[in-house]
Design a protein around this ligand. Sequence first.
Ligand code: CMP
Length: 140
Amino acid sequence: MAIERTLSIIKPDATRRNLTGKINAKFEEAGLRIVAQKRIKLSMEQAGKFYEVHKERPFYGELCEFMASEPVVVQVLEGEGAILKNREVMGATNPADAAPGTIRAEFAESVGENSVHGSDAPETAAQEIAYFFSGLELVG
Ligand code: CMP
């Protein structure tokens, strides 16, 4: 399988509870390398643009407010089949459905406050990485 990069976000519910290190350990135990990482506070506008694809969903406003409520950690994860692997490590969107041992099963509070985001496909991974990181910040 090819080496891929994917965009990961550790969300406000997790940064608030000081879980960044525990979540990063899950990525590293699964063979994913954190090749770029920064802690930032999103504006409502930045959160809205990032989640634009969900604009028509009833939860869009709530989602943007949550993502802009407290700092997040944005990251680039690299590894073999990193996009799918990260989705396995995260677990299902709704923590009630997430497999045991996954990040969302262990840490997420609800479907909205679900601790992590991960890109869902190669095209979105490329777009989402470019949204937060310049080429100069990606040293591998
Ligand atoms: P994420 O992977 O970041 O992509 C979109 C997000 O929308 C998702 O994780 C959830 O946090 C959020 N989301 C999805 N469904 C709902 C819902 N029914 N209510 C609130 N938030 C949701």
